[in-house]
Design a protein around this ligand. Structure first.
Ligand code: 6R9
Length: 658
């Protein structure tokens, strides 16, 4: 079942092995009242800049821009000359429009019963107080503020306070090590850290402050550490510390939001990439907010008066920046903000939250969906989730089986699923179905959004024909694109704009199917070269996950004397499946039958867990180390470092038939 045609093999960049025939048309009622229709594609294709101007007009500008796009490749400026205040757009303007009593966040702490309702008027007061507090500490426009916090209301409040005064926030995931925090503070030269004593995770307080103390000891540039009391844990104090409740509570709840330039920096967010030191991805104000807001309106069909929207990401990840804070608030949405993990105090916690708040739109990650599949269909079945109407996925390619499970068991077979492809660097969604327009295919991100010119190209930079695989690129600048790597323009050029002339290279493999729809195939660094064929990790993993006994799978290429590289699979079985000697053979045959013999794994290792980053992405680099018997590389961004020991212990049970 390969897509090879004679003569095509030699130019093949990435094999297209998986065929999927299921389609899900938009529900008629959703299509009839959708925020965005098929006409938007045509309008944007005719006049891309005009399209983005209309998207920008959804925001409130203190001064209109004079030039929509200034493009000195690869440096872009959007809405040049325009002035706006991002926090004003996210908060004040809704209050001024009479919607102050509308709920901005239903905050749900991890301990049951620990919740807070925050209206837009509440948010305005809190953001003003926090902005005044930062100014009292000497934070000025352009200064950098590091934020290292659990998922509590003070986290979005801190982001908005920075945005309000024009300070640049750099959120570091609460859970990264002291050395990760130190290097990010140094790189951005931050002068203040905002943190908390700790947060609740898996039923217990989990300390943050000691990590900050350890980091700040190495960071003389830090002048103040603002500490929210969340858990009440005992904390050591230093002369740089000030409690949030001492500092912020006594501030005035009035603060004038001065307009900032459309191209003034809004934030830095570090991505680790596969190698080297983390890159500080820089986003600016007007273009970023335009695309975050428009995509949230379009892709989730958000109706601010009736929807209750929940994105389960952590704000320490770009998904939380764009789709918990800036996009939803700019649109006046009501969101759920949840502090904890999905299995505390029980494995139905997410569905209990959906039921409690009547969540209508849910945005989560494939890793979570596969975990829910593993836990069993009976858990979500216990809750009333009839309020849901749109489901989203982000972070990794979603395997068709996981997509269909999500649609069926969470979406009651009535909710469209939008598989949204984007990156920290792109700032907002780029390739995705539209829930009222697209007949979606399970596992496909489908089409670039209106106004986005993305393509799949071969290694020469030529568009691949339908049925072909290659590299995902973006051919034209987009409003929420990264502007540079903080302090390192050369690295920005080298990393993103040097692989293909005049195109942004995303680092992801992709294919275009026979209808021209786009499927993401994983990072190109992970592609496996087997007997001259470039095989994507995604397709083999999806084939494994489509076997009824498999809950999760990760595959890597390991050096092989015969085939160059051979496919080694790490598989987590479903709770109900028995591990026996035949399972490896059964799975190898299943993959060969689904994708063709070329994709048959050499080895299947049954493991209890997989190494993942904090945002749930599988760290194949570490699995490659295991598969090739090397000592492990950098594990500091692993969510649970004991996982690698568990996997290594399984090694003697490696089942190979070759
Ligand atoms: C938003 C986010 C970016 C990388 C990206 C790709 C993978 C994200 C995806 C997806 C397939 C999707 N990715 N969404 N792959 N389908 N819908 O995840 O940002 O943390 O920077 O990661 O994630 O590999 O290049 P970030």
């Amino acid at each position: 079942m390969t897509s090879e045609t004679p003569g095509h093999e030699t130019q093949e960049t990435l094999s297209n092995l998986l065929t999927e025939t299921r389609r899900f048309a938009p529900p008629a009622d959703l299509a009839a009242s959708a925020n965005v229709t098929a006409a938007d594609y045509d309008e944007a294709a005719e006049d891309r800049l005009g399209f983005w101007e209309r998207a920008a007009e959804r925001l409130t500008w203190a001064e209109r821009w004079t030039n929509t796009l200034e493009w000195n490749p690869p440096f872009a400026k959007w809405f040049v000359g325009g002035k706006l205040n991002v926090a004003y757009n996210c908060v004040d303007r809704h209050v001024e429009a009479g919607r102050g009593d509308k709920v901005a966040y239903y905050w749900e702490g991890e301990p049951e019963g620990d919740s807070r309702t925050i209206t837009y008027a509440d948010l305005q007061r809190e953001v003003c107080k926090a902005a005044n507090a930062l100014e009292e500490l000497g934070v000025r426009k352009g200064d950098r503020v590091a934020i290292y916090m659990p998922m509590i209301p003070e986290l979005p409040i801190s982001l908005l306070a920075c945005a309000r005064i024009g300070a640049i926030h750099s959120v570091v995931f609460g859970g990264f090590s002291a050395s990760a925090l130190t290097s990010r503070i140094h790189d951005a030269d931050a002068k203040v850290v905002i943190t908390a004593d700790g947060g609740f995770r898996r039923g217990a307080p989990s300390a943050l402050k000691p990590t900050v103390d350890e980091a700040v000891r190495e960071c003389p540039e830090i002048e103040h550490v603002v500490v929210v009391r969340r858990t009440g844990q005992e904390v050591a104090t230093t002369d740089k510390d000030v409690w949030w409740h001492d500092l912020v509570e006594r501030q005035s709840d009035q603060h004038t939001a001065v307009p900032h330039d459309a191209e003034d920096p809004l934030y830095i967010l570090y991505t680790s990439g596969t190698t080297g030191k983390p890159k500080g991805i820089l986003h600016t104000s007007g273009g970023y907010l335009t695309q975050a807001s428009w995509t949230h309106h379009a892709v989730f069909d958000l109706k601010p008066d009736t929807d209750v929207y929940w994105c389960t990401a952590d704000i320490g990840w770009v998904t939380g920046h764009s789709y918990i804070v800036y996009g939803p608030l700019a649109n006046g949405a009501t969101s759920v903000l949840y502090e904890g993990t999905p299995d505390t105090p029980h494995r139905g916690r997410y569905w209990e939250v959906v039921q409690k708040y009547g969540v209508t739109i849910l945005y989560t990650a494939p890793t979570a969906i596969r975990t829910f599949m593993k836990w069993g269909d009976d858990i979500p079945a216990k809750f009333d989730m009839s309020s849901l109407r749109v489901l989203g996925s982000v972070g990794e390619p979603i395997n068709p089986e996981a997509y269909v499970w999500y649609r069926t068991h969470i979406g009651g077979d009535r909710c469209p699923v939008v598989d949204t492809w984007w990156q920290t660097e792109t700032g907002a969604i780029m390739v995705s179905p539209l829930p009222g327009v697209t007949s979606a295919k399970p596992g496909a991100a489908m089409r670039p959004l209106p106004g986005i010119v993305a393509d799949v190209v071969d290694d020469q930079g030529n568009s691949v024909p339908n049925g072909g695989g290659g590299f995902l690129v973006v051919r034209e600048p987009w409003p929420s694109m990264l502007r540079t790597v903080w302090g390192d323009d050369q690295r920005y050029i080298d990393t993103y704009w040097s692989r293909f002339d005049g195109m942004y290279f995303a680092g992801d493999g992709a294919k275009r199917d026979d209808d021209g729809d786009v499927w993401l195939l994983g990072r190109v660094d992970d592609v496996m070269l087997v007997s001259g064929h470039n095989i994507s990790t995604t397709e083999v993993e999806s084939a494994l996950v489509s076997h009824p006994k498999v809950a999760e799978a990760a595959v890597v290429g390991a050096t092989d004397p015969v085939t160059g590289q051979a496919i080694v699979s790490f598989v987590i079985l479903r709770g109900s499946a028995e591990e026996n000697d035949d399972i490896a053979a059964e799975l190898r045959t299943h993959v060969a039958k689904t994708l063709g013999p070329i994709a048959k794994p050499r080895q299947i290792l049954i493991v209890p867990e997989l190494p993942k980053t904090r945002s749930g992405k599988i760290m194949r680099r570490l699995l490659r180390d295991v598969a090739e018997n090397r000592s492990l590389g950098d594990v500091t961004t692993l969510t649970d470092s004991s996982v690698m020991n568990l996997i290594s212990e399984q090694l003697p049970s490696a089942k190979s038939e070759d």
